[in-house]
Ligand binder design. Structure first.
Ligand SMILES: *Cc1c(COP(=O)(O)O)cnc(C)c1O
Length: 418
């Protein structure tokens, strides 16, 4: 750990452009691994400058398709935002241009060494017509952390967010008015250096595309089944599991197919000889246990470098802690504690048998909450309780509270108007 930080420090000092980390220091994830101590000399190269934005309107705007026909991530709006970067000149002028193909040389490093990071956030249309984002500052900081991890350049969070808001404003008629619908916003950064050496790229492209989406579960909640996966790993100590980098996702597709072949809808990623639960597919994971004295314990694995620091995860924890401390009571059990600790599969198996397992669910931006009804584990089926509505006593309240805050039904400082 110490030597890792030192190496980062050394690189940050010698490589000013991607050392210009403006937001990471204010990050307060609970893992020291994510709080990489970077001492950065301010770069003399230009950062992202929203005042230099050039907007080229799409001359052939499309008609947004009927909301009922939307399939997640298949349809894109009329415009996209692009901001090129080079080691020599820093961030170049941002442009909003018609959505369309990028032109890249085949030698671009993104195609060889997966120099690619991304984010996922949603813009919601409130009942009063306002358009809002949910805790977008967290996505900006996380994206800078991801960039740093694979030596892509950093950027000023506020400037980039201002540009994203401009893009959403321009395409806001694409946000379906139906309830449960939103605009999925996908910021991406790729290394575009055209010489194929493994090194920090001397060119990169930051871009943002937007996709109108419907509710993840249009037919109401349907719990999913999981395959307890220990034959493949998603993340490992010292690896990249805590960052939203492209390389984490392609290797997960084959295990997902294998789980589907066995009749399960997603992977439950288990770590180490103890088979600690880590994540569900591409979601964070929560378990609820009932202790002998009636206390409900809401548990999620700690940010130990193998867990993606999800915005939804952080929000569920904050809501749970607000209730537990009495500062903001919700309709949750009175005796309630929130912990971040490792949970071995054995504990879930035993709790399922002795009745102390209350529920298990995944949390992420796309579906908000996904409940689980069983886990295939070492030839056994571990049964997870769910209510008649497909949810449990904690997930039901969390879902209502989160969606309420996202859509403006519940006023919240997490909701940011664009
Ligand atoms: C994006 C992601 C999550 C969820 O993060 P949110 O910010 O809540 O959307 C969880 N796990 C993985 C692996 C992810 O990629």
């Amino acid at each position: 750990m110490a030597s890792l930080s030192l190496r980062h420090l050394a690189r940050a000092r010698t490589a000013a452009p991607w050392a210009a980390l403006v937001c990471t220091r204010s990050l307060r994830f609970s893992s020291s691994l994510l709080d990489i101590p970077i001492t950065h000399s301010p770069s003399s190269l230009p950062d992202i400058d929203p005042s230099k934005l050039e907007v080229i309107q799409n001359p052939n705007p499309k008609t947004p398709p009927p909301a009922s026909t939307l399939v997640f991530g298949h349809t894109f709006t009329d415009h996209m935002l692009t901001v090129p970067w080079s080691a020599a000149n820093g961030w170049d002028a941002p442009r909003i241009i018609p959505y369309g193909p990028l032109s890249l040389e085949p030698s671009s490093t993104v195609f060889h060494y997966a120099q690619c990071i991304f984010e996922g956030m949603k813009a919601y249309r409130q009942p009063n017509g306002k358009v809002t984002l949910f805790r977008p500052d967290m996505n900006m900081k996380r994206m800078n952390n991801s960039a740093h991890r694979i030596a892509l350049p950093n950027f000023n969070c506020d400037s980039f967010l201002e540009l994203i808001k401009k893009l959403i404003r321009l395409d806001k008629h694409w946000i379906p008015t139906q309830s449960g619908h939103s605009l999925y916003v996908r910021p991406t950064m790729i290394g575009t250096q055209t010489s194929i050496g493994v090194s920090p790229p001397n060119q990169a492209l930051l871009y943002v595309i937007c996709s109108p989406v419907g509710p993840y579960y249009p037919q109401g909640f349907k719990p999913v089944s999981l395959h307890g996966t220990s034959e493949y790993v998603r993340a490992s100590p010292g690896g990249t599991g805590a960052f939203k980098v492209g390389i984490n996702y392609a290797p997960g597709v084959l295990p997902q197919k294998a789980a589907a072949t066995l009749g399960y809808s997603q992977n439950l990623w288990l770590h180490g000889p103890e088979h600690y639960l880590t994540e569900v597919g591409t979601m964070n994971l929560f378990v609820v246990f009932k202790r002998p004295d009636g206390t409900h314990e809401l548990v999620t694995p700690p940010l130990d470098g193998m867990i993606l620091p999800g915005v939804t995860r952080d929000s569920v924890l904050a809501l749970g802690r607000g209730h537990a401390s009495g500062t903001h009571r919700l309709d949750l059990p009175d005796k309630f504690v929130v912990t971040e600790r490792q949970v071995p599969m054995k504990e879930v198996q035993e709790a399922s048998k002795n009745g102390s397992l209350v529920e298990l669910f995944g949390a992420g931006t796309a579906a908000v909450i996904t409940t689980v009804d069983k886990i295939g584990y070492l030839g056994e089926e571990v049964i997870i309780p769910t209510g008649s509505d497909g949810m449990g006593p904690v997930s039901r309240i969390m879902w209502k509270e989160l969606v309420g805050r996202q859509t403006g039904v519940i006023p919240s400082e997490w909701s940011v108007e664009i």
